[in-house]
Design a protein around this ligand. Structure first.
Ligand code: PEP
Ligand code: MG
Length: 579
């Protein structure tokens, strides 16, 4: 039994057989073979090496024609590994002595070598590790190629383990079979974590080297509440966790009973709870959990889930489906936030040195006007169906906002010319998720109807900490005094300008922050659907006076540690079951 600690990102407990996948969804089965199959298995291995060498030699030769010197060097390194007799022998010996499949042996031996390189903590060595993973992938492609299984067509319950998962891969999981997720990489607000939470799949990330300890077929427990993963648990641990899982479900059930109750503090202040969604079919679950509308619809998932670019009609149908659930309650549609860790199929291979600081989000839209206008047309068409609002992400300055508004105006004129109805008074807002937007909120406020504070990115950009990088995850905290000061500024400036302000970052979905946010003046939050009941429970257990007192105290503190400990302690007293 091996216990690993990571970051809990999606609550719940799961116990299932483990399935390791890599970035291209290869499954690596641990199937024992019969002694009589040894020779055939070794032959498969030989063939895989021969074919991989053939493939690489062809690729290397093609580089001669195109003059790709650097790439040619990389292929040459990979070829050297594939010709290395001792490597082949090691893999073959494993098949023969342990009676395991060729793919399992390839994966085990190459991962051992890669992990040796990774441990050196040196840029050159990590590149070598990346080479080894590439070679593993090439060999697996030969061995599994035609049998490559689509993870979306599973037939058994599994816990998916991977070094890293993209939001696109995660969004494709079938939650009937994928019961848990555990990854080496990632952070609390990485988009993969957000998708896992929205699908309701228990998940733990930032386990650093979990993939080196596990083999496909191991049993694993994912504890998404405490951030623990247990590999090959003993019977007593399994029983304990089954009990714990029942208790957790009972707590959820108890909280579900709050569905019809208002989110009102003990001294009578009503708070609006909205939901964050990635897919239109989640709108129903927001409603069922007591959400009063959609505060953030991450529309870029329409692009991530499909091989082809969505049409205007695809957009329209998704928005219409969502609005239908909420009728005249708000549905805030965020325009595409592509780039950074979320790519369209066509942009997938365009690597940027610093993608989170690169051509992302509104910047990407402003450079891809046809795509942007297609989406705006669909949003405007859907605006006559209910209370649809538009929100522009990652605004960093007034000029960007003006450009986006101008394009929206153009699209409105086009629709008017075509006699297509739309709401001319549609509310327009921005996400405040960069320090520059927060610091100029007083001026941006004059040109929008509302602000929604995106604390996931605001934290990342304020503290210069990549939200998805497990190596710096301890530095990533929305409780940092710098982040809190920016949030306070935005709330104050919104109030002065008399526009609405809400929080839609993950901070609002965490019970320890809600009292602080109310005390800072927030009256609307948009949260991850599974967290709605818990947040409501905290709101119903406090008075605004308590929250104000807490906020005054916290805003006077100057260390993140002190603030986090204080907030955790305060929330733990209100909702002990959740901690
Ligand atoms: C945020 O940055 O806080 C946010 C809500 O947007 P996303 O998580 O999609 O970047
Ligand atoms: Mg964001």
């Amino acid at each position: 039994m091996e216990i690993k600690k990571g970051i809990p990102v999606s609550p719940g407990i799961s116990i299932a057989r483990l399935l390791i996948i890599d970035s291209e969804d290869y499954r690596i089965p641990r199937r024992p073979i019969e002694p009589s199959q040894r020779t055939a298995e070794v032959q498969r291995l030989r063939d895989a090496f021969t074919n991989a060498v053939g493939e690489l030699t062809r690729l290397e030769a093609a580089q001669d024609q195109t003059g790709g010197g650097k790439i040619k060097d990389i292929f040459a390194v990979h070829l050297r590994y594939l010709h290395d007799r001792s490597l082949r022998k090691k893999i073959t010996d494993l098949v023969q002595s342990k009676l395991v499949t060729a793919e399992y042996a390839v994966s085990t031996v190459l991962r051992e070598i890669a992990s040796h390189f990774t441990k050196q903590q040196d840029a050159y060595m990590s590149e070598r590790a990346a080479d080894i993973y590439d070679i593993e992938k090439r060999l697996l492609k030969q061995l599994l190629g035609k049998k490559r299984e689509d993870i979306t067509h599973l037939t058994q319950e599994v816990v998916v383990v991977a070094r890293e998962l993209s939001p696109t891969q995660t969004a494709g999981f079938n939650k009937q079979f994928v019961k848990g997720i555990a990854t080496d990489a990632g952070g609390r607000t990485s988009h993969t974590a957000i998708v896992a939470r929205s699908l309701g799949i228990p998940a733990v990330v930032a386990l650093e080297d979990l993939t080196e300890y596990v083999r496909g077929g191991d049993t694993v427990i994912v504890d998404g509440n405490r951030g623990i993963v247990i590999v090959n648990p003993d019977e007593q641990t399994v029983r304990q966790y089954e009990q714990y899982s029942r208790e957790f479900l009972e707590l959820e059930h108890k909280l579900d009973a709050l569905r019809e109750e208002p989110a009102v503090t003990r001294d009578g202040v009503e708070i609006t709870l909205l939901g964050n969604i990635e897919f239109p079919n989640e709108a129903q679950s927001v409603l069922e959990r007591g959400g009063r509308g959609i505060g953030l619809y991450r529309t870029e998932f329409l692009y991530l889930n499909s091989e082809t670019e969505p049409t205007e009609q695809d957009h329209y149908q998704a928005y219409a489906q969502t609005v239908k659930v909420f009728q005249d309650r708000p549905v805030i549609i965020r325009t595409l936030d592509l780039g950074a860790d979320k790519y369209t199929q066509s942009k997938r291979f365009v690597r940027e040195p610093n993608p989170f600081l690169g051509l992302r989000s509104i910047r990407f839209c402003l450079q891809n006007l046809t795509m942007f206008k297609t989406q705006l047309r669909a949003i405007l068409r859907a605006s006559v169906l209910g209370d649809v609002r538009i929100m522009f992400p990652l605004i960093t300055n007034l000029q960007e906002l003006m450009q986006a508004r101008m394009i929206l105006r153009d699209v409105m004129e086009d629709l008017a010319e075509e006699s297509i109805p739309y709401n001319n008074d549609i509310q327009i807002g921005i996400m405040v998720e960069t320090p520059s937007a927060a610091l100029t909120a007083y001026s941006l406020a004059r040109d929008v109807d509302f602000f929604s504070i995106g604390t996931n990115d605001l934290t990342q950009y304020t503290l210069a900490v990549d939200r998805g990088n497990e190596l710096v995850s301890t530095l990533y905290s929305s409780a940092d005094p710098a982040v809190l000061r920016l949030i306070r500024t935005v709330i104050q400036d919104a109030k002065k300008a008399q526009i609405d302000v809400s929080i839609c970052g993950e901070m609002a979905s965490e019970p320890e922050y809600i009292m602080l946010l109310l005390g800072m003046g927030v009256r609307t939050v948009s949260i991850s659907p599974p967290m709605i009941p818990e947040i409501k429970q905290v709101i119903r257990s406090v008075t605004l006076e308590d929250c104000n007192k807490l906020a005054r105290k916290v805003l006077g503190m100057n260390s993140e540690r002190q603030i986090s400990a204080y907030l955790r302690n305060a929330a733990g007293k209100i909702l002990p079951e959740a901690f």
